[in-house]
Design a protein around this ligand. Structure first.
Ligand code: 5GP
Length: 205
């Protein structure tokens, strides 16, 4: 049986990725969501070890030194990184592992592990993105401006992703994401072992 697929989900801050991931995990049981480590402060309602592992810059740098991260990047003044152990364990156990990370990290993962599937989630328009960031109310106005500026830079990179998902309706977007990931299991390049085995078997007939 195939082992799990590593899936990177990126999208502008405010694209609704968090809600989407939550729904995907509620609805389907073959996914594992990686928890990142970050130096940013927890938002209200966020818990250490649930949304993120919240760590100081010194501790984060220790994780880098000890090679405990698959990738890491700096985003609007803070470090964010993906712990290696959990991802490896879950992939081995056959789970499809989701990394919800920004674009620099996504490209690093793809370079290291070329079989990674890259998905980009966007709201239908820039205006809608701004509206969602403002109504979410988790960031101060100047931070929203920074996040929108960063979104402008990230938009230039979306053609490097494998699939684009427009998050207009949550249920539809969740189901499309599930179908895209599941189709990926059947891609020929993931079936080299099968192809080699059937060649051998046919020789013996
Ligand atoms: P937020 O502060 O809104 O939770 O996250 C800010 C950005 O950091 C989002 O685009 C999110 O996807 C990204 N991010 C979260 N965890 C990681 C990670 O482990 N690595 C990288 N490169 N980006 C991450």
């Amino acid at each position: 049986m195939n082992k799990g697929i590593l899936v990177v989900v990126s999208g502008f801050s405010g694209a609704g990725k968090g809600t989407l991931m939550k729904r995907l995990l509620e609805k389907y049981d073959n996914y594992a969501l990686s928890i990142s480590v970050t130096t940013r402060s927890p938002r209200e309602g966020e818990q250490d070890g649930r949304e993120y592992f919240f760590r100081s810059r010194e501790e984060f740098e220790e994780w880098i030194e000890a090679d405990r991260l698959i990738e890491y990047a700096e985003y609007v003044g803070n470090y964010y990184g993906t712990p290696k152990d959990y991802v490896q364990e879950q992939l081995k156990a056959g789970k499809d592992v989701i990394l919800e990370i920004e674009i620099q990290g996504a490209l690093k993962v793809k370079e290291k592990l070329p079989d990674t599937l890259l998905l980009f989630v966007s709201p239908p328009s820039a205006q809608e993105l701004k509206r969602r960031l403002e109504t979410r109310g988790t960031e101060a106005p100047e931070l929203i401006q920074n996040r929108l500026r960063r979104a402008g830079e990230e938009a230039k990179g979306i053609l490097g992703y494998d699939y684009l998902l427009i998050n207009d309706d949550l249920e539809t977007c969740t189901d499309v994401m599930h179908r895209v990931i599941q189709s990926e299991h059947y891609r020929m390049q993931r079936s080299r072992e099968f192809a080699e085995r059937i060649v051998e078997e046919l020789k013996e007939l």
